[in-house]
Design a protein around this ligand. Structure first.
Ligand code: HPA
Ligand code: ZN
Length: 338
């Protein structure tokens, strides 16, 4: 690609990547065998025959929920602390190769706890991966805990309480909260109480909204959650009024262009409102979401955007600077990242 070298060297921040979405079919099969976890029966689900057949199936996701059904099966192979650490480390190696200098990564503790894996096992494994990235690469690496919308809010409240009581926000082991999984269906403000508590405690807040859902989902995240960032947020394009507000309040959207194509939010990358957001002064970062499922890490997203939009060096610098300014790091670190 034109500008590939330039884009690789551009200092990148990643704000929207799910560590469980970095689980490659190869690692999935390895861990399933090692941990004695049964993947679905291949008589009924032939796509689970081998990594190759899974990759083939990943070419044909029909929606967010179709993808999520694979994502939740995949993560069931994660059992030991060392599995979580290995998964995080695999991501950080790829991110480093792609020129990421700062990463804030999501994980879904409820899913692991409900399978009987202790919360502390998950957190300590992922924290170890983050620390290794900081030591070996000089990257800043932070964890954001996501609540999942397809399970009851009381379930999310329990894991939030565990994190607070464990001192994980105070220690910085967990850097903030997010909300993910199915969008259309569950109530838009289902985690309102948790987010209000987080706000009062000064805990950083983001939320997935406007991926498949209309702009009222984004509005709910901003109002009921006082969300400081919006994950995806591409449907903002359908509300000029809200778009103006998001631009004015400098709310960062963490856009994932390849993900939007793979999950059929748009039929081509050129339909992601990159140009419209740049023109309207809406700040956004470009991210990979679930790279092991969508066929590419962050640089692939940058290059795909360049292919479709042919942005100028100046515009790319603006995107990189906005990503740095929207990062949850102190002023000193921002100056280093610039
Ligand atoms: N949207 C919602 N939930 C998710 C996603 C996503 O793109 N990836 C992993 N969980
Ligand atoms: Zn996501």
């Amino acid at each position: 690609t034109k500008l590939h070298q330039f884009l690789q060297h551009l200092p990148k921040c990643e704000h929207h990547v799910h560590l469980e979405g970095c689980l490659t079919p190869e690692l999935m099969f390895t861990l399933a065998a090692r941990n004695g976890v049964c993947l679905p029966n291949t008589e009924q689900r032939p796509e689970f025959t081998s990594p190759e057949t899974l990759y083939e199936r990943y070419e044909h996701f029909t929606s967010l929920d179709d993808f999520l059904s694979y994502y939740f099966i995949g993560m069931s192979v994660l059992q030991q602390q060392s599995d979580f650490e290995a998964l995080a480390w695999e991501y950080f190696q790829m991110a480093h190769a792609d020129g990421v200098h700062h990463a804030e990564v999501f994980f879904d503790p409820q899913e692991h706890i409900n399978r009987g894996v202790p919360f502390e096992t998950v957190v300590s494994g992922f924290v170890a991966g983050c620390q290794r990235a900081e030591q070996e690469y000089g990257m800043t690496a932070k964890l954001i805990m996501c609540f999942v919308k397809h399970l009851p809010a009381s379930d999310a409240q329990k894991v939030f309480d565990l994190a607070v009581e464990g001192g994980h926000f105070e220690s910085g082991a967990i850097h903030g909260i997010g909300a993910s999984s199915s969008e259309v269906g569950p109530p838009k403000d289902m985690f309102k109480e948790i987010y209000q508590t987080a706000h009062s405690k000064g805990i950083r807040r983001t939320a997935h909204a406007g991926e498949e859902g209309d702009p009222t989902y984004i509005e709910a995240a901003l109002e009921a959650y006082k969300s400081q960032r919006i994950d995806h947020g591409v449907r903002l394009i359908d509300s000029p009024r809200l778009m103006e507000q998001v631009a004015r309040d400098e709310i960062l959207l963490t856009v994932c262009p390849v993900s939007n194509v793979k999950l059929r939010g748009v039929d081509h990358i050129s339909k992601v409102p990159i140009r419209a957001f740049l023109d309207a002064g809406v700040k956004f970062s470009i991210n990979s979401d679930d790279p092991a499922y969508f066929g590419g890490f962050i640089l692939h997203n940058y290059c795909s955007v360049q292919e479709a939009f042919d942005l100028s060096i100046e515009e790319w610098r603006t995107i990189a600077e906005n990503s740095i300014h929207g990062s949850w790091v102190d002023h000193e670190r921002k100056l280093e990242l610039l």
